[in-house]
Ligand binder design. Structure first.
Ligand SMILES: C[S@@+](CC[C@H](N)C(=O)[O-])C[C@H]1O[C@@H](n2cnc3c(N)ncnc32)[C@H](O)[C@@H]1O
Length: 319
């Protein structure tokens, strides 16, 4: 783990590992074949890195990590993470992240199975449920949900099904913004403030009650030493056969190599690699379905800037 004093960022480096089991519908299909076309679109898919590109990225990452943050600052950064995110949402409200439109294309596991496609208003059981979403046939938990950029696409898709979504974030500002949104529907979801690093506070549903857990750009905010505990604790809430869906900033992503943006500095703690992810989840008792690097070129056509993006996308099933 390398610490960078100026950038206040940690990066974890491991031997590269990646399964090549790309989904049938690939992550994207806009391929750059002629470099002169690069400014014709905002994003290019399946970008190949040459050995030189990899070496340059490695050198840049090394340079960025050359100054280590002293231990007391590391502890402070970790301790203040909650406040940093509260301030982030105070400043940016729900304007920073965009709705995750790709969610169902990449994670069809979020779709409730056909037999649960009855209206969730049809329940005849009038007893008060012992936990929210108790009567649902399909339960999803999103951790680090922010202001609902994944929740809202999920809610609009699971309407008229017997599915229920739980979502939590440790920023109360984020949860309040999400609840105030006109698309928020408390009959289909339950949102709550929760720090997933907290070992003591239980979730408002029993162990082995979830079909899906979703973590989108969240684990990268967490200190690497805490990740194992987080994944173990969360996995205990999955049913056998339930899936953990994960997407995050990968090693040598733009966010790791270039930190001009003061926001990014403070919100990304770790850039993650597939080998690290595999160890985390397999050790927590889950089997790999997918674990890959999604490499793209993101283009700012106005500023004529090209950014190499690397996201890790993974799916693991509980044994
Ligand atoms: C990059 S944002 C992603 C938000 C959302 N998942 C999305 O895709 O738009 C990371 C989110 O994780 C939350 N987060 C970070 N650490 C957390 C923790 N320990 N417990 C709960 N939420 C956390 C932050 O407050 C923030 O909302």
């Amino acid at each position: 783990v390398y610490y960078n004093r100026k950038k206040c960022i940690r990066t974890v480096s491991f031997r590269p590992h990646c399964t090549s089991n790309r989904p049938a519908a690939p992550l994207g299909s806009r391929i750059l074949t002629n470099p002169n076309d690069v400014f014709k679109h905002n994003m290019w898919d399946h970008v190949q890195w040459t050995e030189e590109d990899k070496e340059n990225a490695r050198l840049k990452a090394e340079e960025n990590s050359s100054i280590r943050v002293p231990l007391n600052e590391q502890v402070k950064f970790d301790k203040d993470a909650g406040q940093i995110w509260e301030k982030f949402y105070e400043t940016h409200h729900n304007k920073f992240f965009k709705n995750r439109k790709w969610l169902f294309a990449e994670f069809p596991e979020l779709l409730p199975p056909a037999q649960t496609r009855t209206s969730h208003h049809e329940h005849t059981d009038i007893q008060t449920p012992s936990f929210p979403g108790q009567h649902a046939a399909f339960r999803i938990l999103e951790v680090g949900c922010g202001v609902g950029n994944s929740l809202f696409p999920i809610l609009s898709t699971i309407k008229k099904t017997d599915a229920f979504v739980y979502c939590c974030d440790f920023s109360s500002n984020a949860i309040e913004l999400m609840k105030a949104h006109p698309d928020y529907d408390a009959s289909m979801c339950h949102s709550f403030v929760h720090n997933i690093c907290d070992e003591e506070v239980p979730f408002p549903f029993p162990p082995q009650s979830l079909d899906v857990i979703l973590a989108v750009f969240v684990l990268s905010s967490i200190h690497p030493e805490r990740m194992e505990g987080v994944v173990n604790r969360l996995s205990a809430y999955l049913k056998h056969g339930g899936v953990f869906l994960f997407r995050d900033y990968g090693r040598y992503d733009f966010s790791q190599l270039r930190f001009k943006n003061g926001i990014i500095l403070h919100i990304i703690s770790t850039n993650i690699c597939t080998y690290f992810v595999q160890n985390l989840f397999v050790n927590a008792g889950l089997d790999e379905i997918q674990n890959l690097e999604d490499k793209r070129l993101q283009v700012n056509r106005g500023k004529k800037v090209v950014m190499r993006r690397v996201w890790v996308q993974s799916k693991f099933k509980k044994r």
